[in-house]
Design a protein around this ligand. Structure first.
Ligand SMILES: Cc1cc2nc3c(=O)[nH]c(=O)nc-3n(C[C@H](O)[C@H](O)[C@H](O)COP(=O)(O)O)c2cc1C
Length: 265
């Protein structure tokens, strides 16, 4: 009897006119389910691709800041000339506690077990990871050519994420660039302008007395430590000034760079 009832409902539905309300709802539901399946499938498939692109983009940025990127380069192969190492920021030494291949700097920065809450926070980042991935570019004889350090901090509208490349003495800047930010194009976005970026090359971080001197400012105290603030974007420039000094200062990589310079690691 229930079987016959089911058949009746089915036959009744089948015999309804094509533009009847139940049939319209049925088509809409099936269509929604079908579309959501396609969207879910695409999201899952694209996530892998997006992550791969993100990694590649980061690698390109590291190659660029180290001055060895050019159009058509095999990114993966060229990137293999860098040795990624994890730095214990508090101790200022390399650590093998984590595998650089799996280490997630962003996750570590929000993990209370791996990071500290900042009381003095000029870069406006809230917490700072105790560990960071740095990239060593080596010469053929295995001596260090350049050290690439990750840096980030707040500008006017957004957190700017980037890298600073240092010469092997750990005190001279080779280059600086951001790979992610949301500052206004033409204003704060001028941090991406090659002309502005080129100013960083050759600037010194500290004076011979060891004082932190590097600055982004409208007027220069001493040219060798000075990068011009971007006209019309003083607030982003201040942000860059603060974040660069934070990461190269005592709460950032200073201990590591001092140990590195002294060869005590
Ligand atoms: C729509 C809009 C977007 C702006 N974007 C930025 C920005 O990305 N970075 C920045 O420093 N200033 C930006 N400013 C300008 C700041 O409000 C501020 O005027 C400027 O930083 C002061 O720089 P100045 O002293 O060099 O003129 C923006 C202003 C407006 C109206």
């Amino acid at each position: 009897m229930p079987e016959q009832r089911k058949e009746n409902i089915f036959t009744k539905f089948k015999n309804m006119p094509i533009n009847s309300t139940p049939k319209t709802i049925f088509v809409a539901v099936v269509l929604c389910l079908f579309c959501s399946m396609i969207v879910s499938f695409a999201a899952v498939k694209l996530k892998v691709l997006q992550q791969a692109n993100k990694i590649r983009d980061k690698q390109i940025n590291i190659l660029q800041v180290a001055g060895i990127y050019y159009e058509g380069i095999d990114v993966e192969e060229s990137f293999s000339s860098f040795e990624p190492r994890i730095v214990d920021i508090n101790e200022g030494v390399f650590t093998d506690r984590f595998n650089p291949k799996d280490f997630d700097d962003a996750k570590a920065a929000s993990d209370p077990m791996l990071s500290i809450e900042l009381t003095d926070d000029p870069a406006s980042i809230g917490r700072r990871s105790n560990f960071a991935t740095v990239y060593l570019l080596k010469n053929k004889d295995q001596s260090i050519d350049k050290i690439i350090l990750p840096i980030y901090g707040y500008g006017l509208w957004s957190t700017l994420y980037g890298f600073v490349a240092l010469e092997e003495d750990g005190n001279e800047i080779f280059g600086l660039q951001f790979y992610q930010h949301a500052e206004t194009p033409g204003l704060g976005g001028e941090v991406d302008n090659p002309k502005w970026k080129s100013q960083w090359a050759g600037k010194k971080i500290r004076n011979p007395e060891g004082d932190l001197m590097i600055q982004v400012a409208k007027t220069a105290d001493a040219k060798e430590y000075h990068v011009d603030a971007i006209a019309g974007a003083t607030l982003t420039s201040n942000g860059v000034h603060n974040l660069v000094r934070f990461w190269l200062g005592e709460s950032g990589f200073n201990k590591f760079l001092t140990n590195f310079k002294n060869g005590t690691m």
